[in-house]
Design a protein around this ligand. Structure first.
Ligand SMILES: Cc1cc2nc3c(=O)[nH]c(=O)nc-3n(C[C@H](O)[C@H](O)[C@H](O)COP(=O)(O)OP(=O)(O)OC[C@H]3O[C@@H](n4cnc5c(N)ncnc54)[C@H](O)[C@@H]3O)c2cc1C
Length: 433
């Protein structure tokens, strides 16, 4: 065993090790009583990421620093809290040890909140050639790809090459796909013709492909119809009930045999859990998520818990589990924190119950859809609501102000100011981590 010796002694307290400082892990770390527990948070990044706004970074609307927040800053005043930037590799439940790439960490209670990653459904070619959107680094890569395509268009040797560079294909008609398509359409109508006056933007095509019969399938039919109309109004080409069969750059083949030629394929079609090895087989659901009971205990374990996107709680009311959204992750974290804080007082554990606060999605400037209980509406009011809900959900006052200023500026000037193609240099330092 290669113990991380530099984590201070617990002084008789129990140690709670949390893997992943996303919506769930961060909320839990903030809510656990540090007088009762020592908290060790580990994450492969040293910052929290606000995923709902990744598409804004990708479409040059926001800087990456506005939607991220350093973990160490969140806990500057916490005495019984320790952060380690590392990758969890395996759990050894018999020894109560978490194995990471920087050594082993003993735990009394282990919380798995590792979230999800992009799912290519076993197609390696798609993984190599398309662009995902599951991290802030990927958002920057996508931003570079979008901007590079216009630079490439200027030196296209013939009409075919021009079409390849000016065609954008977004696969996945959930909120992210719809929001990205809308943002690209807004750029096409207002900003890009000013930046690239030599390009004829009537030739720029945006395709949105979705395997289900309607986009935003997790929202109401009214929201789907309203979003569909807003996308069509923005000249986005919709392919519904159609999936991508293959992508051999630049040729996208669809399930209806149609072909689209494009260098820019953005894959936002599915997620798979970032599961952790080492648990008994009975702890994993057929799709890899970790099975938990109503107290978020992993199936078969008393001292290992899973919360957020990676966990699945199957109940009579939710036979397929809860939706993989931020509110479920946050509410699971709050409930678990309350149970852990009450644990030593021998109070009764409270089972997790999800309170659905509704869904919002934006399609672009002045257009959004909202499903809030009985109230289902779209248009400008939904868009303003979407803006405020997102500004208030971002961590850090500086970030909220920065996002507010960027959005006001963009709104008044029909502009996004961050159209920079910054290429990070490959460096051994990153590979070793
Ligand atoms: C582009 C996009 C847009 C979205 N939009 C919305 C939206 O509008 N509304 C909404 O409700 N939800 C939205 N979601 C979903 C929402 O972001 C997730 O439901 C939420 O992030 C789940 O929280 P989590 O804590 O389970 O996981 P995450 O927030 O993903 O956090 C997981 C953390 O674990 C860390 N991690 C993973 N593996 C390891 C490891 N092996 N070792 C160490 N650390 C690890 C990661 O670095 C990360 O910090 C969106 C998601 C994406 C990708």
């Amino acid at each position: 065993m290669n113990l991380i010796t530099r984590i201070p002694d617990t002084n008789g307290k129990e140690r709670v090790v949390i893997i992943g400082g996303g919506f769930a892990g961060l909320e839990l770390a903030k809510k656990i009583d540090q007088k009762k527990y020592q908290i060790v948070l580990i994450d492969k990044n040293n910052y929290y990421q606000f995923q709902p706004l990744f598409y804004q970074v990708a479409s040059s609307g926001l800087e990456p620093s506005s939607i991220t927040y350093p973990h160490r800053k969140s806990f500057q005043r916490s005495k019984n809290f320790h952060f380690r930037m590392c990758k969890a590799q395996e759990v050894l439940p018999k020894e109560n040890i978490l194995r990471t790439n920087i050594g082993d960490i003993p735990y009394d209670k282990l919380i798995i909140s590792t979230g999800c990653d992009t799912n290519y459904f076993g197609n390696d070619k798609l993984r190599e050639d398309t662009f995902p959107l599951k991290s802030v680094s990927e958002s920057l890569l996508l931003r570079n790809r979008i901007l590079l395509s216009f630079e490439e268009a200027l030196s296209a040797k013939n009409e075919d090459e021009l079409k390849e560079t000016l065609t954008f294909v977004i696969v996945g008609g959930g909120a992210t796909g719809v929001e990205l398509a809308g943002a690209l359409a807004d750029m096409r109508s207002s900003i890009l013709p000013k930046d690239y006056p030599e390009i004829d933007f009537d030739k720029m095509e945006i395709h949105l492909i979705d395997a289900s019969p309607r986009i935003l399938s997790s929202m109401s039919e009214k929201a789907s119809t309203s979003a569909t109309n807003a996308l069509i109004k923005r000249n986005i080409i919709l392919h519904q009930n159609i999936s991508v069969k293959s992508y051999n750059r630049p040729e996208v083949e669809l399930s209806n045999e149609e072909k689209i030629i494009s260098r820019n394929v953005f894959w936002v079609a599915g997620v798979k859990p970032n599961s952790l090895n080492g648990l008994a087989e009975t702890a994993y659901h057929s799709r890899g998520r970790i099975l938990v009971n109503k107290l978020n205990q992993v199936n078969g374990y008393n001292d290992i818990f899973a919360i957020g996107d990676t966990a699945i709680l199957i109940t009579e009311e939710n036979p397929k589990g809860h939706p993989q959204v931020a509110q479920v992750a946050i509410q699971m974290a709050k409930n678990l924190a309350r149970n852990l804080n009450n644990f030593s007082d021998e109070k009764e554990y409270v089972p997790f119950v999800y309170h659905d606060r509704g869904s919002l999605a934006t399609i672009g400037r002045n257009a959004a859809v909202a499903d809030l209980g009985r109230f289902r509406f779209g248009g400008r009011f939904a868009w303003w609501l979407w803006l405020w809900v997102h500004i208030l959900s971002i961590i850090g006052m500086r970030n909220r102000i920065a996002v507010f200023i960027d959005w006001v500026w963009n709104y008044l000037n029909y502009d996004v100011s961050l159209r920079l193609l910054i290429k990070p240099k490959a460096n051994k330092m990153y590979e070793e981590q």
